[in-house]
Design a protein around this ligand. Structure first.
Ligand SMILES: [Zn+2]
Length: 296
């Protein structure tokens, strides 16, 4: 039953120089949201952000690489949104101003949610140590539009991004399709032109995707790809990457981090109860550590 959920599936249309990815989340979403009591509009934007994180994270060639998305906002109802991806593990959380939630219209724009905000997308490759960051202004109707415009305009990679969350809030999905006329490695595109007939062709096919197809758990992703591109001469479907909800917070990890602090700094962190308490905002969990357990 969950075969079509919590998965990222890559595909390429080699003759059109296009590549893409579909992500559909189900139980993973419930697991992330269960750690919090987010009101519907906040849960919805986090669900979209998690799908986007899966779409972009699955692009990392390096298995130990990490993708982080962080929304910084000014005067937004959403004060902070963070998601990250590492090795098929996704997590995320939101900080928001509950007192201003009633100001939100039924279909909030990005500025309704984030005020004057931007999204920093950071790719960290593990083995090469390479780091790349893109800054996406949070403007327009949706996260999908903002990221699509960012790729098209700032990065000169014609892109299509669609994100959807079903009415129950338990399933979310998305597609990312990109045109890479100079090949996968994306070397410098000195021939960047505004008109790409082959891109227009696949973009128009991909635009026929419906939100309810993205979140239909009965619909296999391969079937969806076939619906979109069955007239194409060649569609290569890549291995499906299973996605899970994951976090690195454990007592051992927190202890290791604290042990690296200078003794004087640690002393300053001890609360009245005698513990140093570190919180994981992803999990809404607290880790009370006894200073005597830190050694040194
Ligand atoms: Zn955690």
């Amino acid at each position: 039953m969950t075969a079509n959920l919590d998965v990222a599936v890559g595909f390429t249309l080699p003759l059109r120089h296009a590549r893409g990815r579909l992500v559909r989340l189900g139980p993973l979403l419930d697991e992330v949201l269960a750690a919090h009591a987010y009101p519907a509009p906040v849960a919805r934007i986090l669900s979209e952000a998690l799908v986007l994180t899966g779409l972009l994270g699955a692009m990392l060639k390096d298995a130990g690489g990490q993708l982080t998305m962080q929304a910084q906002t000014e005067n937004g109802i959403v004060e902070l949104l963070v998601c990250d991806y590492r090795g098929g593990e996704l997590r995320g959380y939101v900080r928001f101003d509950g007192d201003r939630l009633h100001d939100l219209p039924k279909l909030p724009t990005l500025s309704d949610l984030f005020g004057k905000g931007y999204l920093a997308i950071t790719f960290d490759q593990n083995t090469s140590g390479e780091r790349y960051q893109g800054i996406v202004p949070l403007e327009g109707q949706s996260l999908a539009d903002a990221v699509q415009n960012f790729f098209g305009q700032s990065e000169q990679i014609p892109s299509l991004v669609r994100l959807a969350v079903d009415d129950t809030g338990h399933i979310a999905g998305g597609i990312l399709l990109q045109h890479l006329p100079e090949g996968e490695e994306g070397r410098e595109r000195i021939h960047t032109r505004l008109d790409h007939p082959e891109w227009d062709h696949v973009r128009i096919l991909a635009e026929t995707i419906k939100s309810n197809e993205l979140v239909d758990r009965e619909l296999a992703i391969e079937t969806l790809l076939w619906r979109l591109f069955h007239e194409e001469e060649e569609v290569r479907v890549l291995n499906a990457v299973p996605l899970t909800r994951g976090c690195r917070c454990t007592f051992e990890h927190v202890r290791d981090v604290l042990a690296r602090f200078a003794a004087a700094d640690r002393d300053a962190m001890i609360a009245e109860d005698g513990f140093i308490t570190v919180a994981c905002e992803f999990c809404s969990r607290s880790f009370p550590i006894r200073p005597g357990d830190l050694g040194g």
